[in-house]
Ligand binder design. Structure first.
Ligand SMILES: C[S@@+](CC[C@H](N)C(=O)[O-])C[C@H]1O[C@@H](n2cnc3c(N)ncnc32)[C@H](O)[C@@H]1O
Length: 252
């Protein structure tokens, strides 16, 4: 029986993302931006890790829909689409680098809001909670949309669950090159050129790193002087048994 359950959950997890599910996820992120711009009067922001798979979609949505003049879009790399679209937005800065690095934080400077959509769970060294500490000094609002872990009372480093449990919980398989390498070369140095510091495979941003639970996130934000102004549960992450998409706005 446990074997059947495990096979079923692995099978569900690797099914391609359903278009309706993707549409709802994107709509949930846009609604969070609408809330922040309309109700909290956000006038500038930094979209951290806003490029992969979406070409800065949320940055451009916020700037166009809510007439935001000043923003930063930050990622390890930008795409041609981003560079082309940027021409319509002179107030948009493209920051290429690790947003956990002090110099990138400084380049971004003070902003009304920091957007963290599907990125907190990837942050190691500095870890997800340290990223919040870093940016708490230069913003009054965090917009967070993240797959939150529901199978534990406290936050877990997913790799520490062991290989079998790890793949049972996340929407990737060990056949994928990045994931295969993360286990086979876990303590070897990753050759990625963007990493200025030496970083082992275990600590790379490309893989699922954390199962963050709501209580820990809310407690962390509270300790930094922020209160929760918005929460929506957008349901299961792609049918994963132990992750749900939750949207938060925290305000100081
Ligand atoms: C799962 S994608 C999320 C993309 C987008 N925010 C969204 O909501 O669909 C994670 C993105 O964050 C970037 N990223 C993750 N950690 C980062 C870091 N520390 N510094 C810069 N970019 C990072 C990745 O390169 C990737 O583009």
């Amino acid at each position: 029986m446990p074997l059947i359950k495990s096979l079923r959950s692995t099978f569900r997890a690797v099914l391609p993302f359903h278009p309706l599910w993707l549409y709802r996820q994107r709509r949930g992120k846009r609604r969070l931006i609408d809330f922040a711009c309309e109700r909290l009067q956000i006038r500038s922001f930094a979209d951290l890790g806003g490029v992969w798979g979406v070409d800065g979609e949320y940055t451009f949505y916020a700037m166009k829909t809510h007439k935001i003049q000043t923003a930063s879009l930050v990622d390890f790399a930008v795409t041609e689409t981003v560079v082309t679209r940027k021409r319509e937005y002179p107030g948009l800065k493209l920051n290429i680098g690790n947003f956990g690095a002090e110099e990138v934080t400084q380049q971004i400077g003070n902003v009304d809001a920091v957007i963290l959509f599907d990125v907190l769970l990837h942050q190691v060294n500095p870890d997800w909670d340290k990223i919040l500490e870093l940016y708490a000094k230069q913003t009054k609002c965090f917009l967070i949309f993240n797959p939150q872990f529901t199978a534990s009372r406290s936050t877990v480093r997913l790799l520490d669950l062991g290989e079998e449990e790890y793949f049972r919980n996340i929407p990737h398989t060990k056949d994928e090159e990045t994931y295969k390498a993360a286990f086979e070369k876990m303590y070897e140095i990753h050759p990625r050129p963007q990493y200025q510091q030496r970083r082992i495979y275990r600590d790379i941003h490309d893989i699922w790193q954390w199962g963050i639970v709501d209580d820990d996130l809310i407690a962390k934000m509270k300790s930094l002087g922020f209160s929760m102004r918005y929460f929506r549960n957008h349901g299961r992450f792609n049918n994963l048994a132990n992750f749900e998409n939750h949207a938060f706005a925290f305000w100081k």
